[in-house]
Write a protein that binds this ligand. Structure first.
Ligand code: PLP
Length: 379
């Protein structure tokens, strides 16, 4: 079955007793044993819960690669944390240098003191990636496209470099989702998501996902999920399952809106530069044409006059000035002071996360209304 069919009917055939078309929310922490040494498959909800299991099976199916298993966590960062727990003091992790600020904070403030060291590299530069791969590197952690500059690493090429050296590859695929880019099929070992964003799509759940088609890695992630316990609860699992049903539709509309707005912004006199991989002159455009089936709905842009930023943020009427992304509602954010505040200013400047840069998450509103709103705010 194709993704859209899997998603539309996710959970709809679980309840044989009543025929419920909507997956029930199993608000039960514990489950009766049929007898000594026997189990229904559910014993205690940290280990497995039916609503979460159906969500996880759905996420595994849309990931595409055979034998994929998926695990739902309390947040995207909890999902990344579960991956990092597979490593040991002395291990190094090669990381996309311009990545989500919270991931940077996790690497720097929680894992570095335990001796797990992140090495930040421009992962759009294959030669730089290759140079950085010494014997201590055990994982390459890519964010594709990256947040907020939408740089695009070549996943098959990097996964092949890693594999040849016995190094694992993980891809944070939050921006494109398995509907547009499937890292495991491209050769990566782990895919990770902030389910808070496009997968859920309605700005009402914080969630995370790890998916892998390597059985030994799946067993380890399952162990961490149960042993450390950062699981997604049944109510949030249900909300995420409900959100997923419309993911292909939402994403298509969001992308169409984003392309139109990116083209329009590119010709605007108050705009210095637009970062949108769907524009043919974006350096990641050709790579995404090969490894993805769309370009997503995140746009970043530099304003010509940085002093205008506060007025733009105060002036938008339809776009909401808020962090996060991927929901049906359009948002605008100021990465240097919001999502990337934990990154050292010098690093931010070098990467281009400067005080001219604004980031848009494009929703499903009417594109003319969105354009008019930006027009009046930029004026
Ligand atoms: C939001 C985000 C995260 C963190 O996810 P949470 O659900 O907020 O914990 C990780 N990676 C990317 C690319 C994100 O946008």
């Amino acid at each position: 079955m194709k993704q859209a069919s899997i998603l539309a009917q996710a959970g709809s055939r679980w309840d044989d007793k009543t025929g419920a078309v909507s997956m029930p929310v199993y608000h039960s922490s514990t489950f009766r044993h049929p007898g000594l040494g026997r189990s229904t498959g559910f014993d205690y909800s940290r280990s497995a819960n039916p609503t979460r299991s159906v969500l996880e099976q759905t996420l595994a199916k849309i990931e595409g690669a055979e034998n994929t298993r998926a695990f739902a966590f309390a947040s995207g960062l909890a999902a990344i944390d579960a991956i990092l727990r597979l490593f040991r003091p002395g291990d190094q992790i090669l990381v996309t240098e311009d990545l989500y600020g919270g991931t940077f904070r996790l690497f720097e403030t929680l894992f570095r003191p335990y001796g797990i060291e992140a090495k930040y590299v421009n992962t759009t530069d294959l030669a730089a990636v290759e140079r950085a791969l010494d014997h201590r590197v055990k994982l390459i952690f890519l964010e594709v496209p990256s947040n907020p500059l939408l740089n695009v690493a070549d996943i098959p090429a990097i996964a092949a470099l890693a594999k040849a050296r016995g190094i694992l590859t993980a891809v944070d695929n939050t921006f494109l989702t398995p509907v547009r880019q499937r890292p495991l099929e491209l050769g990566a070992d782990l895919a990770v998501y902030s389910g808070t964003k496009y997968l859920n799509g309605h700005d009402d759940v914080v969630a995370g996902v790890v998916a892998t088609n390597r059985p030994e890695l799946a067993d380890k992630i399952a162990f961490v999920q149960n042993a450390a316990g950062a699981i997604l609860g049944p109510q949030d699992s249900w909300l995420l399952l409900r959100g997923l049903k419309t993911l292909p539709l939402r994403l298509a509309k969001q992308e169409a809106n984003a392309l139109e707005l990116a083209q329009w912004l590119s010709g605007h006199s108050a705009v210095k530069r637009v970062f949108y991989p769907g524009l043919p002159d974006h350096p990641g455009h050709e790579i995404l044409r090969r490894q993805a089936s769309g370009f997503g709905a995140m746009i970043s842009f530099e304003v010509a006059d940085p002093d205008r930023v506060p007025a733009i943020l105060a002036g938008v009427k339809l776009f909401m000035f808020a962090e996060s992304l991927g929901g049906v509602e359009s948002l605008i954010t100021f990465p240097a002071v919001q999502t990337h505040a934990d990154m050292a200013p010098a690093i931010r400047e070098r990467l281009g996360i400067n005080h001219r840069l604004l980031r848009l998450s494009i929703g499903i509103e009417d594109v003319d209304d969105l354009r008019q709103d930006l027009e009046q705010a930029l004026a």
